[in-house]
Design a protein around this ligand. Structure first.
Ligand code: DON
Length: 584
């Protein structure tokens, strides 16, 4: 154990703990993982992160380098020209780093250090006063280093005050669990997996992990990267942290040290974990195909809008030109490159792409930029790229909206696939011949097909007209039916049913020549869905009782109505089955 700090020799040599934390904050611990000890040099990368945040990369690197020294932790390795310590992991670099964090006074700087460490542990910071006193009273070598840094102009203020803050940061009490959460926060791009709060901006996380990888284990750093392959940091208190970026944070604790000041059991356990679970950062592979879980088209899953006969005919041939791509997981550049390549292959036969983001947990900024470029390129070829189901997920929406230039209106995004595909269908229909039939007389209605002129005249006579204004609710789910059947002459309505958690699902959108409320003809008494006017809607309304009266004189009417109704139901059922098959 490190006898140069007398208090540290009081640790029990048998203490041994390991804790591993996943990116969703689950901790797996064994042994003495709750035993507190002092963090020592493991504080260095975290304080370095705080200095980078407070002073910026350029200023910090002008005072402390990023080259591995290959020397022991307490060697005075300074750049021969500038006097700057070679890296922030050796004591000289760490004392200089401590002097760089924000704060007008040493006390304010200490508060900053405490706060930044607390963001990583996820709990308040305390220090071991006895260890602090012990090191402060005996740390002559570090005192000499601090004066040397003052001599070279690396420390601006009072060097002894910065040194005391350095001793204090080394005396912060942690257990193995804390270490694992701190490491996991680095592995997770700087966001604490349990609190969800950012402890360090991602660009600085990269820098911190880089110096940990090259300098974290001092004169053992090369062999460490070669054999274990994880950015890591040890401390003479017996702790080690190791980071598997994007996957795990691990904390080890066992006080007996080797000649280089690294925990003997900690190193051995880390080697075995890395080997047994394939954690070497250069040995990990990723399959970009994971970014794309499935592809299907609007011919399998059309919008829930009820199509006119013309539209149906056109769509049966062209709907496959609307492609859904279900994206998945965290989208990085490699995954997006694969998605774009698939889109390019499909492009000759595509009118619109719908990127379904429902299963996407995040998008990197570089991936978002690449996707945006591709979107603009497809746009030039007349192919639309729209997104659906992003909802409120900031990790998805944030990078996508940031990737868009100011003069571009950006990704078109829809709350659900139904709205997205309806938009794409409308776009496709613009290319269809006579796509814009805006009004349909009552006689054209599907339900009244096959009736002779006399019957039609009788029906016309009892059908009254009504205009609903945009947004008006025409029918309410669960309400008592009054026997009215509605025939749309112009405008559009949405049929909506309530689903769990107070939200609604549109099940159909209807236009001219279509009818709703027709269940009244079968004697249904309560309305099974709500109906809203999406535009101004002109309807002809028939009372079931009036139709009944006419049927009494002319039974053929009833037969025709029921036949048409059955045919309509069969078509709807076929559509619904196709939908279920497409989504299965
Ligand atoms: O400055 C020192 O010497 C100690 N407070 C910390 C050194 C340390 O942890 C070295 N790492 N293995």
């Amino acid at each position: 154990m490190a006898s140069y700090i007398p208090e540290l020799t009081k640790a029990h040599p048998n203490w041994f703990g390991i804790c591993l934390v996943t990116m969703d904050g689950i901790a797996y611990s064994v042994g003495d993982s709750e035993q507190l000890f002092t963090i020592q040099s493991i504080s260095k990368p975290f304080v370095y992160g705080a200095a980078l945040t407070d002073r910026g990369r350029d200023f910090v690197t002008s005072r402390v380098g990023v080259e591995p020294s290959g020397d022991a932790f307490n060697t005075i390795s300074l750049n021969s020209q500038t006097g700057a310590p070679l890296n922030p992991m050796i004591n000289a670099g760490a004392i200089a780093t401590t002097s760089l964090v924000a704060g007008e006074t040493p006390e304010a700087q200490w508060r900053r250090i405490e706060a930044s460490m607390a963001a990583f542990t996820g709990r308040d910071i305390t220090i071991d006063e006895a260890v602090y006193q012990s090191e402060s009273e005996t740390g002559f070598r570090n005192r000499a280093i601090a004066w040397m840094l003052k001599n070279f102009g690396i420390i601006d203020g009072e060097p002894m005050a910065s040194l005391e803050n350095y001793f204090r940061q080394c005396s912060i009490l942690v257990n193995c669990r804390d270490l694992a959460y701190m490491a996991a926060t680095l592995a997770n791009g700087g966001v604490h997996p349990l609190t969800g709060k950012s402890a360090l901006p991602p660009e600085h996380v990269e820098r911190v992990l880089s110096v940990m990888a090259t300098c974290g284990m001092y004169d053992y750093a090369g062999s460490w990267l070669y054999e274990v392959g994880m950015p890591a940091k040890s401390g003479v208190g017996g702790g080690i942290i190791a980071v598997v970026p994007g996957s795990f944070g691990i904390g080890f604790f066992s006080p007996p040290l080797d000649g280089k000041g690294n925990s003997v059991r900690g190193i051995q356990a880390c080697k075995e974990l890395s080997h047994d679970f394939g954690m070497h950062v250069f040995g990990r592979t990723n399959n970009p195909k994971m970014a794309l879980s499935r592809i299907y088209t609007a011919s399998e899953a059309p919008s829930r809008r009820q199509a006119t006969i013309e539209m149906r005919a056109y769509m049966s041939e062209h709907a496959r030109r609307i492609k859904y791509l279900c994206l998945h997981g965290f989208l990085s550049v490699d995954g997006i490159e694969y998605v774009i390549r698939q889109m390019q292959e499909m492009a000759p036969d595509t009118h619109s792409f719908i990127l379904d983001m429902h299963q996407v947990v995040g998008v990197s900024e570089s991936a978002a930029r690449l996707l945006n470029k591709a979107r603009l390129g497809f746009g030039e070829d007349g192919i639309a790229v729209v997104c659906s189901r992003i909802n409120d997920r900031h990790g998805v929406f944030g990078p996508l909206s940031k990737s868009v230039q100011n003069d571009d209106c950006g990704f078109l995004r829809f709350e659900d696939n139904d709205l997205a595909v309806e938009w794409c269908e409308n776009r496709l229909m613009c290319e269809a011949p006579n796509s814009s039939i805006a009004t349909r007389p009552l006689a054209d209605s599907f339900l009244l097909k096959g009736l002779d002129e006399t019957l039609m005249q009788q029906i016309e006579a009892v059908a009254h007209s009504h205009i609903f204004s945009t947004g008006e609710q025409i029918l309410s789910v669960g309400h008592e039916g009054d026997g009215r059947v509605f025939f749309i002459e112009s405008g559009r309505v949405s049929i909506v049913i309530p689903i769990q958690n107070g939200t609604h699902q549109r099940i159909a959108s209807l236009g001219p020549g279509m009818e709703f409320g027709e269940m009244a003809l079968l004697g249904q008494t309560t309305r099974s869905a709500s109906v809203y006017a999406d535009t101004e809607v002109r309807c002809r309304i028939l009372e079931a009782a009036d139709l009944e009266k006419i049927s009494n004189q002319a039974p053929l009417l009833k037969i025709r109505l029921l036949e048409n109704l059955a045919r309509d139901m069969a078509t709807k059922l076929k559509g619904a089955n196709q939908w279920i098959a497409a989504l299965a």
